[in-house]
Design a protein around this ligand. Structure first.
Ligand SMILES: Cc1cc2nc3c(=O)[nH]c(=O)nc-3n(C[C@H](O)[C@H](O)[C@H](O)COP(=O)(O)OP(=O)(O)OC[C@H]3O[C@@H](n4cnc5c(N)ncnc54)[C@H](O)[C@@H]3O)c2cc1C
Length: 440
């Protein structure tokens, strides 16, 4: 009988494995479990939140990438490695049990939530397409309500936006949304654009420490020149429905707390009863789990040794997830055929950070770039990394439309019944314990 390969997750890593495996293991039956029918290009989420591109432009349909893989729309909520079984809750809530000969785990990561009072209730994420679309509506709503109210204190509160996390996700989100709100406030009757205030709160002493001091300072300058308040060496200590409190004792009145202070591996991984590091499944350089050569893990959900940086593991980036996929697929095919596997090795190509308009910072191959040259590299990199020609055309066209026509700042109104909580959008409470999985 044909071997059954089950792939959990349809992101950069999982979809990449499925696509390659179709060719490398022509006799295998492949099932891909994912709640989404698309690969989400997460680096463009801040632009979705800011309306630079529409939500659909940040996606690549799985149906266009895969030919003979069976896709199962749902979420793997538990795995029993001993019985080689995956429990899936489909998007309609029914349960399916899948048996596998080889399992590929690539469910990515979720927003890392810390034990800060009010964070779970009032923090909003930028990790899923729905969160980005929700955030856009929420921010637009605040400006509308601010313009409509006669209460000066309420207007000020609604016009203040706080982003906690000064990594690339937080910086890009604050930078692109600040541009959107500034442009919108200028053309909204009854709203003083100077009232619109963005804050970036960063625990570390600099923004995006991985980019190096020079680009970090360039970013800081771009943001402060635009009026963004950057609080370094500061953290969030509490939040409620009308304010946030910071570690320096300040209390800021705000209706918007955007939380981007890190990611954590998908909760599924720490519930496997297999060795993990900070919640990511430990794998060897060949991406196989120790003592379980029939389990491969990659992307944000796996702790993969970085052979180019001994003693370290690969950081959770799209760059690594994308490049691990072909190695994982080749190793799954090799394992099925009883051939030796090979190791993953990739040297980081650098980072690109879009600050909106003509502002960006980038570090391709270790070279520091800022301003327009960095923006050319940044956008060029995204188009190259999207790969699928239809997605490239959609993103490039929307950039051009945005450049010419500006922001079509209208609320979609699809999220009126949503709490906006991180756990609701990211389904972090869905997972079963190993005992629950074994009990069936
Ligand atoms: C705002 C933002 C900006 C970023 N910018 C950059 C950047 O510029 N450069 C860069 O290199 N990286 C960037 N990253 C990081 C990058 O997006 C991730 O490292 C990358 O997406 C990881 O790929 P992955 O395939 O492991 O996970 P993902 O791309 O997250 O894919 C995981 C997939 O698994 C699915 N899934 C989740 N749970 C389950 C489950 N239980 N069962 C089945 N399927 C499941 C998800 O729906 C998704 O389809 C950014 C991230 C964010 C949030």
């Amino acid at each position: 009988m044909a071997a059954h390969v089950v792939i959990v997750g349809g992101g950069f890593a999982g979809a990449g494995v499925a696509r390659r495996l179709e060719r490398l293991a022509p006799d295998a039956r492949i099932t891909l479990v994912s709640p989404d029918d698309h690969v989400l290009y997460l680096p463009l989420l801040p632009q979705v939140a800011a309306g630079v591109i529409p939500p659909r432009a940040a996606t690549i349909a799985l149906a266009r990438r895969l030919r003979r893989t069976r896709t199962l729309p749902g979420r793997a909520v538990g795995v029993d490695p001993a019985a080689r079984r995956v429990l899936v809750r489909t998007i309609t809530g029914t349960r399916e049990d899948l048996s596998y000969d080889h399992l590929v785990l690539a469910p990515g990561s979720v927003t890392k939530v810390m034990d800060i009072p009010g964070l779970r209730e009032y923090g909003r994420g930028v990790k899923t397409l729905a969160e980005a679309a929700f955030l856009r509506d929420h921010v637009l709503e605040q400006l509308e309500l601010a313009a409509a109210t006669t209460d000066a204190a309420e207007r000020e509160r609604r016009c203040r936006f706080v982003v906690v996390g000064g990594g690339y996700a937080g910086v890009e989100t604050a930078a692109s949304l600040q541009l959107m709100t500034r442009a919108l406030a200028r053309r909204t009757r009854g709203l003083d654009p100077d009232l619109v205030r963005w804050h970036v709160v960063q625990h570390a002493p600099e923004l995006m420490p991985g980019l190096g001091q020079r680009l970090s300072e360039d970013t800081h300058r771009v943001l402060t020149d635009r009026g963004v308040v950057v609080d370094l060496g500061t953290s969030l200590t509490g939040a409620d429905d009308g304010s946030v409190t910071l570690s320096d004792g300040r209390r800021l009145e705000t209706a918007t707390l955007i939380w981007t202070a890190g990611v954590a591996p998908n909760p599924l991984m720490s519930r496997l009863d297999l060795p993990s590091t900070h919640g990511a499944l430990d794998v060897g350089a060949d991406l196989a789990a120790a003592d379980h050569p029939e389990i491969t893990a990659l992307g944000d959900a796996a702790s993969v040794p970085d052979l180019t940086n001994p003693g370290h593991t690969c950081p959770p980036t799209a760059q690594h997830a994308t490049r691990q996929a072909p190695v994982a697929a080749a190793n799954v095919a090799a394992a099925l055929a009883g051939r030796p596997t090979s190791d993953y090795r990739h040297r980081d190509l650098g980072l690109v950070v879009d600050l909106g308009g003509t502002d960006a910072v980038a570090k391709p191959f270790g070279i520091d770039l800022a301003g327009l040259p960095a923006q050319v590299v940044t956008r060029g990199y995204h188009l190259w990394a999207l790969r699928a020609p239809d997605a490239v055309a959609r993103v490039a066209t929307n950039w051009a439309l945005h450049g010419v026509g500006g922001n079509n700042a209208v609320r979609l109104g699809f999220f009126t019944d949503t709490s906006g909580r991180l756990a609701e959008f990211e389904h972090t409470d869905d997972y079963l314990t190993p005992a629950e999985v074994r009990a069936g």
